[in-house]
Design a protein around this ligand. Structure first.
Ligand SMILES: [Zn+2]
Length: 137
């Protein structure tokens, strides 16, 4: 039986990134389709499953590789675009700058002083009372 299966699968394209992705999406859709309001997902999930199996068993390596390459490019662009978007959004926020900062309180007056991180041991001069103190950043 195992040998038969192996013989059947020989020369087939098999799973790739796109295959794993469509398979995962398919499973999620099938599970969601168990919920009454999401019943409509059942049919597209089945179609996706058929597509996944079709690609898995396909002998047309060139076409399947092209699809996978396209998928990886798209995924890369989406991931890149998304992280770029997150960086822009977070980076423009007032809590985060391009260089992470540390905040120290002046030992004599309690004034909060923002210092760039990763500079090693530096001398900080308080902007209010001019007291200087050393801190590791
Ligand atoms: Zn001070």
């Amino acid at each position: 039986m195992r040998q038969r299966l192996a013989a059947f699968l020989r020369g087939r394209y098999g799973p790739d990134d796109l295959g794993r992705f469509t398979n995962a999406v398919c499973m999620v859709m099938l599970i969601l389709s168990l919920l009454r309001p999401l019943k409509f997902l059942y049919l597209p999930a089945l179609l996706l499953l058929v597509l996944t199996v079709f690609r898995l068993l396909s002998r047309n390596y060139a076409a399947r590789s092209r699809e996978n390459a396209w998928f990886l490019r798209t995924k890369g662009a989406v991931t890149h675009g998304f992280s770029g978007f997150v960086m822009r959004t977070v980076g423009s926020g007032r809590f985060s700058r391009r260089t992470p900062n540390l905040i120290f309180a002046c030992p004599s007056c309690g004034q909060k002083i923002r210092v760039p991180k990763g500079r090693g041991k530096i001398e900080i001069t308080c902007s209010r009372c001019r007291t200087s103190f050393r801190k590791r950043t």
